[in-house]
Design a protein around this ligand. Structure first.
Ligand code: ARG
Length: 377
């Protein structure tokens, strides 16, 4: 299934969404039954319908509310929704993505933002960004096979090189954006340097940590997931929040198929790595996470820790339940990858429901982002 190609929106899903919107926002200028008739009529005549500005805002926020893997949903109502449905050319889209980063970064006071680009029409496929996030570091293999940079990005890095990118070959090179619009081949765009806020990593107690030369970017903006609202698919709808430290310190920097830095940090800390039972991995892991949180805070860049965020998530659960809503959640994603059992989210089970609106990761989007999709229109 290619969601960037036009498909008739599902009628019952459209109706269900309009009803949900009116149920949660009863004071609409256009009454529910009028709007339902309008939507049905548009579906009959044009095979699609267009969300109002208010429906788009609500739909995007509820898609976040329904994201069962996200621990940070307490603030779902504060999501800023940018309507980019009129952006058509790759230049327009690039400009929209740059605006997104500017607004989201906000000099370090990160704001949750989503930019919603056009859905497909019968005459035009939807625009796409191939990158999995707007900002990511390239990954390479040196001549002798040693990995350099983010190993999760080696496939995508090969793709952008085939498209003509001149790779610097460093450990933290920002990848260019790959933007594709109707009937055209994918186009490369660099992100202006000043739009990419980064934090150099240091440790409050181990000055030599800074000598490792590690860094991470401030804004995680997922760009390959399809937003679906009321049966309408928006294949390009990049969204961001701020980081939880463990995403960087307990996954990106330390997973063996990412930066694989635990042995490096352990050596720096002088830990005995000859036996697993010294818990050198755990000790290196904790100090790496201390460094991430410390560095972001020192740089004035918004970040959260997993203890605070776990408590907030329970607040979110309580609030939602008080509203009579269930909170779908995936335990294996909600429990943090560090000290899971000492956070309260560990000690309970969650509803597994798949609610709509929502975000979806499609097979073809995954392929474009990991370099297993052939280059070409
Ligand atoms: N885990 C991803 C990363 O490390 C980011 C996913 C979204 N995270 C967020 N805090 N909104 O880059």
């Amino acid at each position: 299934m290619r969601y960037d190609q036009w498909r008739m929106p599902d009628r019952s899903e459209a109706e269900e969404f309009i009803r949900l919107f009116h149920a949660e926002h009863p004071d609409q200028p256009v009454p529910l039954l009028t709007r339902l008739r309008q939507v049905a009529d548009h579906l009959d005549r044009y095979g699609t319908y267009r969300h109002t500005r208010a429906e788009l805002d609500f739909g995007a926020r509820v898609a976040w509310r329904n994201s069962s893997r996200c621990i940070g949903r307490l603030y779902w109502q504060s999501l800023r929704v940018i309507d980019r449905r009129n952006a058509v050319t790759p230049d327009d889209i690039h400009a929209g993505l740059c605006d997104h980063l500017r607004l989201a970064t906000n000099h370090g006071r990160i704001r949750p933002v989503i930019s919603v680009f056009a859905p497909a029409t019968p005459f035009r496929s939807a625009p796409l960004v191939w990158n999995s996030q707007l900002i990511r570091y390239a990954g390479y293999r040196a001549a002798d096979g040693t990995p350099i940079g983010d190993r999760a990005q080696t496939g995508f890095t090969d793709t952008v090189r085939r498209l003509g990118w001149r790779a610097p070959g460093g450990w933290f090179d920002i990848l260019p954006l790959v933007i594709q619009t109707h009937g055209d081949k994918p186009q490369l765009y660099e992100i202006p340097r000043e739009l990419v806020l980064e934090v150099p990593l240091s440790h409050p107690d181990f000055p030599r940590f800074a000598e490792l030369g590690l860094r991470w970017y401030a804004v995680p903006a997922v760009s390959h997931m399809r937003l679906r609202i009321g049966g309408v698919d928006y294949p390009l709808a990049p969204f961001n929040g701020w980081y939880m430290g463990t995403e960087i310190g307990a996954r990106n920097l330390v997973d063996p198929d990412r930066y694989d830095l635990l042995p490096v940090v352990a050596r720096l800390l002088g830990l005995d790595t000859r036996s697993e039972s010294t818990l050198w991995r755990d000790r290196a892991l904790v100090e790496t996470n201390v460094a991430v949180l410390h560095s972001f805070q020192a740089a004035g860049v918004r970040i959260t820790d997993h203890h605070t965020e776990s408590r907030r998530f329970l607040t979110h659960l309580a609030r939602e339940e008080a509203q009579g809503r269930t909170v779908p959640a995936d335990w294996s994603w909600i429990v943090p990858p560090l000290s899971g059992g000492v956070t309260p989210v560990f000690h309970r089970y969650y509803d597994a429901a798949e609610l709509s609106p929502n975000f979806h990761l499609d097979e073809d989007a995954r392929a474009r982002a990991n370099g297993t999709c052939p280059v070409g229109p």
